[in-house]
Design a protein. Structure first.
Length: 319
């Protein structure tokens, strides 16, 4: 199985780009990533910028408006959020939005969803922010509703927090069975269980191989408990520590643009060095890798990632 590569755009603070040209630059970068060989383009579903990327006052475009516009500018990449907070939208409406994105993109939508965490934007927008246990319960119900609306003509469901009553979702998704479901988070008791039950893609943060293997073993135990074939779920990693550059000077310039807390874990690597690191993760059973636009801020750096993709492409994922 060939590795999947994702180009994630959490940063809309683009030097010298006025608001009326902001989407043009975002679309251009997405098209450059598509040409470079990336398989997936994602944006955050946040209303404020998040720590680790920039101050919350930095620009943040609404996710599904942006993705729908990107669908008209691209032709092959999958499109989705990394990830939607379950608290932000009624889950039936969310399923409708993602289905519409699937139609607009001719079958390239992914539903990315998680339990939500950013209390600040909930307070600012007047959105309820219940305790984590309740958010996890809501996530479970939302996933159930989404799968029903992707696969059934007039589904009904009644949970503690959400319900649908013979809900219509027309036009139907282009993808048979509906868009794949990406579930954010690595909580060992609840989130990994939901990934085993409902998910197709699990995006994890990079960590030591020992820690990732430990967490993967917990995920495998959840799969066994719910009778899910773990090979049906693609585990991916955000490679936030890899700064691709041809030389230390170019790498240092990229690192200098990162928030202070991100600089400590960032290392400049050339294509061959990055391919070696990714190969070790692949041997451990991880089949996808996501690069942020903070680490690939220029067309040239995206092109360099394309060279990395060519080197890695075709490597087998360990069972």
């Amino acid at each position: 199985m060939a590795a999947l590569f994702g180009f994630h755009m959490p940063n809309f603070t683009l030097t010298g780009v006025p608001n009326d040209q902001l989407f043009d630059r975002v679309a251009k970068n997405a098209k450059v990533a598509e040409k470079a060989g990336f398989d997936l383009v994602t944006v955050m579903d946040h209303f404020y910028q998040i720590s680790g990327i920039g101050p919350e006052t930095d620009p943040m475009m609404e996710a599904y408006t942006t993705l729908s516009a990107l669908a008209t500018q691209t032709s092959s990449v999958l499109l989705g959020t990394l990830v939607t907070g379950v608290t932000y939208r009624n889950p039936a409406l969310l399923a409708k939005q993602v289905t519409s994105l699937d139609v607009i993109s001719k079958g390239r939508a992914i539903l990315g969803i998680g339990a939500a965490w950013n209390e600040s934007e909930h307070l600012g927008y007047g959105i309820e922010f219940p305790p984590i246990g309740q958010r996890m319960d809501r996530l479970d119900e939302a996933l159930t509703i989404a799968k029903l609306m992707f696969t059934q003509d007039r589904p009904s469901f009644e949970g503690r927090y959400y319900k649908i009553d013979r809900a219509l979702n027309v036009p139907r998704p282009v993808q048979p069975g509906g868009p794949k479901i990406l579930i954010g988070g690595t909580g060992e008791r609840r989130t990994l269980r939901l990934l085993a039950q409902h998910g197709d893609i699990g995006p994890w943060f990079a960590a030591s191989l020992d820690e990732l293997k430990r967490k993967k073993q917990i995920f495998l135990e959840h799969c066994e408990a719910v009778n899910r074939d773990p090979s049906e779920v693609l585990l991916t990693l955000g490679v936030g520590g890899i700064v691709l550059a041809n030389n230390d000077k170019d790498g240092a310039a990229i690192i200098a643009g990162l928030p202070l807390e991100r600089r400590a874990v960032a290392s400049t690597m050339n294509v061959e060095q990055a391919a070696e690191v990714i190969g070790k993760y692949m041997e451990a059973g991880f089949g996808g890798f996501t690069f942020n636009n903070t680490l690939l801020p220029t067309e040239e750096s995206i092109g360099l990632a394309g060279e990395l993709i060519k080197v890695v492409r075709g490597s087998a994922v360990s069972p």
